[in-house]
Design a protein around this ligand. Structure first.
Ligand code: HEC
Ligand code: HEC
Ligand code: HEC
Ligand code: HEC
Ligand code: HEC
Length: 221
């Protein structure tokens, strides 16, 4: 056999020379895939849907909203006029619980918080990263219901997160808010449904010239 002629040119087809390259990029792809799968499935974003931390007192929205008929704004008083929707202080609970169920162990905890001026340490359920700007009042006053972002809180014994709060989720609605807009008087009526959502949504969108921003600076400032 002639030394000058590389063996591989005869024994193996040409593409074999590229094999290491394929192997390398194959490994690269595999690595990307693994990273993606982990990033996608195990990133907190996906875990957060369904996130339902145990609270220091088992306060039930189902009981207080659906059965007793208390409006969201009785407790979340800031939701219409501030970027943040406040959690009520113990005083709000004591409006009733200074009289109701005063001997229940959970209400005794409330009383302790009230008398000693120690706020209940409620665990936050929904969390956006700090670099995202969000504003409750802009949404609620435009006619977006709590329901669109928090689901049927009025049926929850314990609050859990139902939406991913991801960028694509925000943008999906900003591109087509007519799928969600409703008359303002129904924003806290979580069981309210329009007969024809698209029609109602389009009317409101036109009437109030609602144009949610899609520029980066709308949410990152
Ligand atoms: C009687 C007072 C009261 C009323 C009425 C009430 N809430 Fe709440 N809400 C609370 C308290 C206390 C918490 C904190 C404990 C918890 O998460 O369960 C809370 C927590 C929440 C959270 C979770 C906040 C977080 O940590 O991310 C959401 C969302 C919420 N409420 C929505 C609603 C909606 C929607 C309504 C009306 C349908 C409503 N609430 C009515 C007292 C109230
Ligand atoms: C408008 C009146 C009202 C307000 C305000 C109110 N509650 Fe209640 N709460 C009730 C009533 C009525 C019951 C049911 C009592 C019963 O089962 O007989 C109840 C029941 C409860 C129970 C169950 C007690 C048990 O042992 O059965 C807890 C816990 C509770 N409330 C916590 C809270 C907290 C925390 C707040 C403030 C965020 C609050 N409530 C605000 C009226 C109110
Ligand atoms: C457009 C979506 C959207 C709507 C509509 C909306 N929320 Fe929220 N809510 C959020 C997001 C996102 C957060 C988390 C904010 C953060 O981490 O900064 C949140 C957080 C909260 C909190 C925790 C306190 C806070 O401000 O972080 C409460 C309480 C709450 N919402 C109640 C309500 C109630 C009550 C309504 C209806 C009157 C409502 N929300 C409507 C998206 C929404
Ligand atoms: C279900 C629909 C819906 C969802 C989900 C939603 N938005 Fe909005 N957003 C709106 C509407 C409607 C407006 C009001 C636009 C107007 O008044 O012209 C708005 C307005 C805003 C504004 C105020 C814009 C300004 O010019 O000041 C900000 C900021 C914002 N949204 C951020 C967010 C972020 C961040 C998320 C996700 C965490 C989100 N939104 C999710 C519908 C939605
Ligand atoms: C309607 C609101 C909204 C708009 C508009 C928006 N973003 Fe975001 N962005 C978010 C939210 C919410 C998150 C947090 C997502 C999460 O935690 O999964 C985010 C996260 C990000 C991140 C971090 C991604 C990550 O995985 O950590 C980058 C980078 C980003 N945005 C860039 C942009 C750019 C560039 C634009 C303009 C083309 C833009 N955003 C427009 C709401 C928005």
């Amino acid at each position: 056999m002639n030394h000058d002629e590389p063996v591989s040119n005869y024994v193996f087809p040409k593409w074999v020379n590229k094999l290491p390259l394929y192997a390398l990029s194959g490994a690269g792809l595999l690595l990307c895939l693994i990273v993606f799968v982990f990033w996608y499935w195990f990133s907190p974003k996906n875990l957060e849907v369904g996130y339902a931390p145990v609270q220091p007192i088992p306060y039930s929205h189902k009981l207080h909203v659906s059965e007793l008929g208390i409006d969201c704004r009785y407790c979340h008083t800031q939701v219409e006029n501030s970027s943040h929707s406040n959690i009520p202080s113990t005083d709000t609970c004591m409006n009733c619980h200074s009289q109701i169920k005063t001997q229940s162990p959970d209400i005794l905890k409330l009383k302790d918080s009230y008398v000693n001026n120690k706020p209940i340490q409620w665990v936050k359920v929904h969390n956006l990263p700090d670099y995202v700007y969000f504003n409750h009042s802009r949404h609620v006053t435009a006619g977006i219901s709590c329901y669109s972002c928090h689901g049927r809180v009025d049926q929850m014994e314990r609050v859990h997160q139902v939406k991913p709060l991801s960028m694509s989720w925000c943008l999906e609605c900003h591109r087509a808010p007519e799928n969600h807009l409703r008359p303002r008087e129904f924003v806290t009526k979580l069981d309210w449904k329009a007969d024809n959502q698209l029609e109602v949504g389009r009317q409101i969108k036109e009437a109030y010239k609602i144009r949610p921003g899609e520029d980066c600076s709308t949410c990152h400032r």
